[in-house]
Design a protein around this ligand. Sequence first.
Ligand code: UD1
Length: 338
Amino acid sequence: MGKILVTGGLGYIGSHTVVALHESGYQVLIVDDLSNSEREVLSGLRDIIGFSPNFIELDLRDKSAVAQLFSGHQFDGVIHFAASKAVGESVENPLLYYENNLNGLIYVLQNCVAHNVHNFIFSSSCTVYGEPDHLPIDESAPIKRALSPYGNTKQIAEEILHDVCQVSEISTVLLRYFNPIGAHDSALIGELPKGVPQNLVPFITQTAAGLRKELSVFGDDYPTPDGSCIRDYIHVMDLAEAHVVALDRLMDREQQEPVEVFNLGTGQGNSVLEVIQTFEQSTGVSLPYKIVGRRAGDVIAVYADTTKATEILGWSTKRDLASSLSSAWAWEKRIRGL
Ligand code: UD1
């Protein structure tokens, strides 16, 4: 089918996408610097797909190592996940984020040009929309000034890809993720945050597992029906499958423009309090939580208009919030031996 370079392939979304790629017959080479992932993810992947996927430990900021990688392999496409993603950390250390998220992209693209790799998929984020003017939000919505260096790296990366695709044979699909949650049904791979989780669902599952005393709900005085923020929580396997569909489109040369952009969400918004309630209902575990003040930089509400992905990619989500949360819980229980 084709040999695909998956950068950041041991990370949360990358590892689930490796499974989906394998199921569709793609051959995968994973590169990852293990800065926010674990080598053991390879064992989980092996147990799911039946063999250990090809893996090279590599930091994409190492320009000569990236050149060497492309000299040694002819890829049919690249899915570029590798990036740092902690919003708060990016505010404290912006240069780390600009260096890691942009240099890595630039070196990979330079080698795609040099080695005639024409199919490129980039992990973007709904964060590029900032606080949206209208909901649900579609791909034509304006890009707002980024609220964090992390968000800015996603905006700049999108611009870099537009510029490069104008003057090269590279075609790109920009996938703007909403909030990925959940884990593979086997519970052999899932989200593995380092330290205290910053994101809602891993904090919920760690609290339910007894690792954290209680969840803090960041604000209940927003102008939303129950006062808590609204997001579009998408099962990571639905997200992973969208990458395969986008890749198929690139490989089949069906792309209409050098850069195509798709929102990847469920199209449904859920509040933080709804997520807690759905977690409790679907798992039968009660979750201690308290309401605290708002978190700086949080947008009030964001959820996707997924019409474009449905009509053009023929993709839509198959899993609902309850099953996403149950899968996250099954994963947490497995890694904690519960
Ligand atoms: C944000 C970005 C997303 C980015 C991600 C990286 C937006 C809209 N989304 O996700 O693009 O990829 O960061 O990490 O900018 N919450 C709590 N208590 C907690 C944790 C979270 O109440 O302990 C609430 C937050 O206030 C928010 C919701 O849960 O309303 C989701 O938060 P989180 O999981 O951190 O994701 P985003 O901030 O939406």
